[in-house]
Design a protein around this ligand. Structure first.
Ligand SMILES: C[S@@+](CC[C@H](N)C(=O)[O-])C[C@H]1O[C@@H](n2cnc3c(N)ncnc32)[C@H](O)[C@@H]1O
Length: 284
């Protein structure tokens, strides 16, 4: 059983947050080396970050982030609704379990959701009870939907999961290609102070996130996630381990500029306390 007291070891402020989100693709050998170090059996197939704990992702985030999580979702939807005409085509890149896709589809927009984790998309599809959302299991770097969208979303730390400059460039190019000439993209860029751990325990969920610096020069971190929870009175647990990277806003925004999209509006003020800057980008 988990301890009964409700402890949030790190305050829900700008510093605590986005460590929870990011990852990089690690090859199978490295994954298995890490699993062995953690006392786990090797995997036969390469998994994507979030695959192992997709089923508890929503609960883990809702509980450990508390009211900030709902507040952030509400602000995101508010900003998107302000900038998007009714019945628009929206592409949600790194859509996860549909935090934004599902309410936006229910508001009448046409949603396409893309994610590198098949397990996260499975949860999204289950929650999309009216089957409003088209899903694509794919990394943003290799996405080619042969279509442009009025609105492209790439938020909640998706960029931190890209640890290689070439992958970052390819991902940005993909966002540019999928944004229509008159459309816009909403992105977030987590701040360096947000690459920190988290310790959360309640009577139903225990969550430990450890973020360790691997290379301070380039802002590369090792991310370890341990989630334990009670299901049908039995204790279940999931682990995840991947790398994440801090990108300076200038690096990302310059790349967008080179590839044909510029900042239309810095909306970071709307997201104070999120630990990230938020930008609206459009074609020149
Ligand atoms: C922290 S979650 C955020 C989910 C969603 N955007 C939201 O706002 O709730 C990050 C998601 O990005 C996905 N992701 C990470 N790297 C990706 C990539 N290269 N291509 C597509 N999805 C990616 C992860 O699988 C995960 O579902």
């Amino acid at each position: 059983m988990f301890r009964c007291e409700h402890i949030v070891a790190e305050k829900l402020d700008a510093k605590y947050s986005w460590s929870i989100h990011a990852y990089a693709i690690i090859d199978l050998e490295k994954q298995n080396q890490r699993r062995q170090n953690m006392g786990l059996h090797p995997r036969k197939h390469k998994t994507e970050p979030h695959d192992s704990w997709a089923e508890v992702y929503d609960e883990a985030y809702e509980q450990s982030f508390g009211p900030l999580y709902t507040m952030l979702t509400d602000v995101s939807l508010e900003v998107i609704q302000e900038k998007t005409e009714a019945g628009s085509d929206i592409l949600d890149i790194g859509a996860g379990t549909g935090r934004l896709s599902i309410p936006l589809a229910e508001l009448g927009h046409t949603l396409s959701a893309v994610d590198a984790s098949a397990k996260m998309l499975e949860v999204l599809k289950r929650k999309d009870t009216n089957r409003l959302i088209k899903t694509t299991h794919c990394r943003v770097q290799s996405l080619d939907l042969n279509q442009t969208f009025d609105t492209v979303l790439c938020v909640f730390s998706v960029f931190s999961y890209l640890t290689d400059p070439k992958e970052l460039k390819t991902a940005i190019h993909s966002i540019v290609r999928h944004t229509s000439e008159t459309g816009y993209a909403l992105i977030d860029i987590p701040s360096d102070s947000s690459f920190s751990g988290l310790n959360y325990e309640s009577d139903t969920l225990s969550r430990q996130v450890t973020v360790t610096v691997l290379d301070p020069e380039i802002g590369l971190f090792d991310y370890v996630e341990n989630v334990r929870f009670l299901k049908d009175k039995k204790e279940c647990g999931y682990n995840d381990n991947f790398q994440i990277r801090y990108w300076e806003p200038k690096v990302i925004l310059d790349q967008f500029k080179t590839l044909g999209m510029i900042v239309r509006e810095d909306v970071s003020d709307r997201f104070l306390g999120s630990g990230a800057d938020y930008f609206i980008l459009a074609k020149k």
